[in-house]
Design a protein around this ligand. Structure first.
Ligand code: 2BA
Length: 108
């Protein structure tokens, strides 16, 4: 068995969960925050049998889109200076995915 950890944008979450559930995948959704943008995203934990791994990754790929986001990063040049916001374009997503081996899986 494998554990997929998928960090996705909130806008993609509902259709992705609908598709995964429809195809019989089970998941847990954790509300998370990106370290760089400090904006909300969603982390899905999906336990899958090895033979279903590719199907699951394909569903994630189909539902998660890249988006260009303009963010305002704060900077300061010298102590005592005011913070100066400046706009910055960042390409976020589709999804950031980690696939881990599961040593044991128990449901009681
Ligand atoms: P954030 O950390 O908020 O990052 C949002 C986007 O900002 C990233 O999109 C990337 O395009 C950019 N970015 C991140 N760190 C950067 C840096 N040091 N310099 C310049 N640009 C930077 P994605 O790569 O698609 O990542 C989307 C979200 O996935 C991340 O949100 C974070 O929550 C998660 N993530 C990405 N890589 C990760 C990793 N290696 N470990 C854990 N979580 C990760």
């Amino acid at each position: 068995m494998k554990m997929i950890i998928a960090i996705v944008q909130d806008q993609d979450l509902n259709p992705l969960q609908d598709d995964l559930t429809e195809k019989g995948f089970r998941m847990t959704n954790l509300a998370s925050t990106g370290g760089f943008l400090r904006a909300g995203n969603s982390t899905l934990l999906i336990g899958v049998e090895e033979e279903k791994l590719e199907e699951c990754l394909k569903i994630i790929e189909e539902n998660c889109k890249s988006r260009e986001i303009t963010t305002s990063v704060l900077s300061v040049t010298m102590p005592g200076d005011a913070y100066i916001p400046f706009p910055m374009e960042v390409l976020v997503g589709g999804a950031t995915i980690f696939v881990l081996d599961v040593v044991d899986f128990v449901r009681m």
